[in-house]
Design a binder for this molecule. Structure first.
Ligand code: FPP
Ligand code: MG
Ligand code: MG
Length: 381
């Protein structure tokens, strides 16, 4: 940041837990059916950024120092101990039986002698990545995407049917792992996330609230976009932050602060994502660039441009379908201050995220959460 503050590496703070993330996720996805096994694990091969698990683990550690809710604490500790990590990748189809030997092996490979982060919170981190990856499998089908994380997309590699089914399988296994946390409120939160992802995608398909031929810019335009953005991106991050605090037995104020952090960070994250779609190349992103306009989507940079350039309304109305629409829209966005305004809004949300956790006691993990917000603004892929 250039303000002389020593910058922390968020990954280093939870490196021990992150080291086991992909291996554990692959265990959760084991299927005796070879081609399902391959499709389900496909997006775990290329190293993703693992933003969501990283946030969950940092939040778990940061909130471990916060005040606890009196009654909950005991029950939570017991539920955590009962979690099983024993899914054999060789199990037959949907067989998901824990065996004592496998459980011990998993525990040995996966030391949980860190008092700050509970086994249930580590499992929550894995579940968030499973739900996110499921949504990517479905998203790439919906978006007709051909690449993801620098490799061919799952739909290109296996076809639409298997990609959709693989996504469903991930959600199934995420649900089982979630149920095994034995925490009804956390189950409810993450189940709501899955519904929210679909709601966000539907709002995006409709583009505007009324979906007219020649829409006019109004304040509702931005409200609708932000609501959609909450549902498709910030819901998972915010509700999993909330869940992490709940699993740790935090008091109500801490749980709400964790949620507010996730909500604001999630909004900032997607605003930056929508900005990068205009400013970066396919090579830089590892996935198609300029994809949003091609998909008929009006995101923040265009919505800000539209406010001062009413002619964009007609293009939005016909989803940039006509020959030359995409190029025209892109040119207008580039002439406007839409990119700068998007960045400014992302900065506002990142600041709000940081402010939300300011009551937390100082810790490395808290610094890591702050750094995540700073990095969100700086990222270029
Ligand atoms: C990526 O957005 C996609 C999402 C954040 C969510 C997509 C949600 C669904 C397809 C709903 C149904 C799925 C499940 C599993 C509940 P993007 O297309 O803007 O990003 P990209 O550039 O990475 O493709
Ligand atoms: Mg997509
Ligand atoms: Mg999409």
């Amino acid at each position: 940041k250039g303000d002389g503050m020593p910058s922390v590496d968020p990954l280093r703070i939870v490196a021990k837990e992150m080291k086991f993330l992909t291996g554990n996720i692959r265990k959760l996805l084991g299927s005796g059916h070879p081609s399902l096994d391959r499709a389900a694990k496909y997006y775990t091969q290329a190293e993703g950024k693992h933003v969501r698990p990283l946030i969950v683990l940092l939040m778990s550690r940061a909130t471990s120092l916060c005040p606890k809710a009196p009654q909950r604490q005991q029950a939570t500790a017991q539920a955590s101990a009962a979690i099983d990590t024993s899914i054999s990748p060789l199990s037959v189809l949907s067989d998901y039986n824990p065996s004592a030997a496998a459980l011990e092996a998993a525990e040995a490979a996966n030391p949980s002698n860190d008092p700050d982060i509970l086994p249930s919170q580590r499992r929550l981190a894995e579940i968030t990545e499973l739900i996110h990856t499921a949504s990517l499998l479905h998203d790439d089908v919906i978006d007709h995407s051909v690449s993801r994380r620098g490799s061919p997309s799952a739909n290109l590699e296996f076809g639409n049917k298997m990609a959709v089914l693989a996504g469903d399988f991930l959600l199934g296994r995420a649900s089982v792992a979630l149920a095994r946390l034995r925490h009804a409120e956390v189950v409810e939160l993450l189940a709501t996330v899955i519904a929210n992802l679909v709601e966000g995608e539907f709002m995006q398909l409709k583009n505007t609230a009324r979906d007219e031929a020649n829409p006019r810019w109004s304040d509702e335009t931005l409200t609708y976009y932000l609501q959609k953005t909450y549902l498709k991106t910030a819901s998972l991050i915010s509700k999993s932050c909330r869940a992490a605090a709940l699993l740790g037995g935090s008091d109500a104020a801490t749980v709400d602060a964790a949620y507010a952090y996730g909500r604001n960070l999630g909004l900032a994250f997607q605003l930056v994502d929508d900005m990068l779609d205009y400013t970066r190349s396919e090579q830089e992103l590892g996935k198609p660039a300029g994809a949003d306009l091609e998909l008929g989507l009006a995101t923040a940079p265009l919505l800000f441009a539209w406010k001062t350039m009413p002619e964009l309304g007609a293009l939005v109305g016909r989803k940039f379908e006509r020959e030359g629409d995409v190029t025209r829209a892109r040119d207008l966005v580039m002439q406007s201050d839409g990119i700068e305004q998007t960045r400014a809004l992302a900065e506002d949300y990142a600041e709000k995220a940081i402010a939300a956790i300011s009551p937390f006691p100082d810790s490395e993990a808290k610094d890591g959460l702050i750094e995540m917000a700073v990095k969100t603004l700086k990222r270029n892929k």
